[in-house]
Design a protein around this ligand. Structure first.
Ligand code: UD1
Ligand code: UDP
Length: 381
């Protein structure tokens, strides 16, 4: 039987990828009268978070506006824990939802735990097995996993990792990843209104006839030598006249400085500001290959049949690697260049990787999570 009092769910996030992966769930919760869904953003990111809030039409109930230039992990963590705790004291939610492995997610879970409020985890169970790759995300998600009520694991691999850590299997659900819900949504929006993604037209004209490679990079563990290697690899790849690189640069000053220093002004390289989600989806469509150290891009590219070379030593998303549509290439310059050239020059190697498949979900993850929350809160009809 439906109860008369809706469950109050506080959804907490702060960065671009969390916003992308949570907007489908926020929409689904808001559409269901069994829930009173409140949104708190830490704004650990600012501009690139706001880009997502705007396209998704989310107006947060609370905005902590925490981002500081070149923020430190300890300063950010301290501010997050205090600020998110204050919001929880004000809202008194029945449950808190966090996503992934950012500082905001870890502090959101901890602040809820300190108040004995159940925390549910979207994208639970991802593990690389190395606490410094990615850093600090591997530890963030392990900490979160110790406090969670419902673990929404994207795949059987992530569910298996939780069970191997002695998590009660009855609390682990394989739901898929909401990123595929988001990708389906944005693709449909662009189909209805192509002007949402028309801002790349000038670049498309400039690079007409060239083979486009999309690049993103931002991982803290790659700061310094890793980022310099990535920049050098991009420079060498762009020396080929048949290639063009479109590289939306993460606003982190550590990333920006290296990429500007090494790549600005090169004919075949467009270093551009971060793209909003529809434009990034357009770039995924234009690119022949994605070269990235991002987590989310490793999930989106296979769904679109784009080979993705991952500039990391390990991945917590082995599903694409196992299926052969993603490949770990690390941050060694000659390895990155060789792997890209192989895909450009060996059609059989390219075709083997360029297969659309969806290990990360079917676009129905938010609906599944809402059904599980209805059951958990005793509101199943
Ligand atoms: C954060 C997350 C990481 C996630 C990534 C997604 C942590 C510790 N890291 O890393 O897990 O993969 O987001 O992008 O939670 N900045 C801006 N404008 C913005 C956003 C960032 O200027 O809109 C700059 C600021 O100088 C900020 C810096 O980037 O201090 C770093 O931001 P931060 O959230 O601490 O780390 P990311 O490397 O973005
Ligand atoms: N993204 C975007 N604009 C960009 C770069 C990335 O909208 O210029 C999206 C991308 O589609 C993916 C997410 O941001 O959904 C990935 O974010 P990021 O790489 O910053 O974080 P990670 O996934 O590594 O945590």
């Amino acid at each position: 039987m439906a109860t008369l009092t809706p469950s109050k769910i506080l959804v907490v996030f702060g960065t671009r990828p969390e916003a992308i992966k949570l907007f489908p769930l926020v929409a689904a919760l808001k559409a269901d009268p069994h829930f009173d869904c409140k949104v708190c953003v830490s704004a650990q990111h600012r501009g690139i978070l706001d880009q997502v809030l705007e396209i998704a039409g989310i107006v947060p109930d609370h905005d902590l506006d925490l981002m500081k230039p070149d923020q430190t992990l300890d300063g950010l963590t301290a501010a997050l824990l205090t600020g998110l705790g204050q919001v929880m004291d004000l809202e008194k939610p029945d449950r808190v939802i966090v996503q992934g492995d950012t500082a905001t997610a870890m502090c959101g879970a901890l602040a809820a735990y300190y108040r004995k409020v159940p925390v549910d985890h979207v994208e639970a169970g991802l593990r690389s097995g190395n606490i410094y790759h990615p850093w600090p995300e591997e530890v963030n998600r392990k900490i979160i996993g110790t406090m969670v009520s419902l673990h929404f694991a994207p795949t059987d691999v992530s569910a298996g990792s939780l069970i191997a850590e002695q998590v009660d299997p009855a609390r682990v659900y394989i739901t898929g990843n909401t990123v595929i819900d988001a990708l389906h949504w944005v693709t449909a929006r662009i189909a209805e209104d192509p002007s949402l993604a028309s801002g790349l037209a000038e670049l498309e004209k400039r690079f007409a006839g060239k083979r486009i490679i999309g690049v993103t990079s931002h991982r803290r563990e790659n700061f310094g030598g890793g980022l310099e290697n990535i920049a050098e690899a991009v420079r060498q790849i762009a020396a080929r006249p048949d290639v063009a690189i479109i590289f939306p640069v993460h606003p982190n000053p550590n990333v920006r400085a290296v990429m500007d220093g090494a790549l600005k002004g090169l004919d075949n390289v467009a270093l551009i500001d971060p793209l909003d989600y529809p434009h990034f989806a357009r770039l995924l469509g234009l690119a022949e290959i994605m070269l990235t150290d991002s987590g989310g891009v490793q999930e989106e590219a296979p769904a679109l049949g784009k080979p993705v070379l991952v500039m990391r030593e390990t991945t917590e998303r082995p599903e694409g690697v196992t299926a052969g549509t993603a490949k770990l290439v690390g941050t060694d310059v000659s390895r990155i260049v060789t792997e890209i050239f192989t895909l450009l020059d060996d059609k059989a190697a390219y075709d083997k990787m360029a297969r659309a498949h969806n290990p990360f979900g079917d676009g129905q993850t938010a609906r599944r999570i809402v059904e599980l929350l209805l059951r958990e809160t005793g509101q199943e009809t």
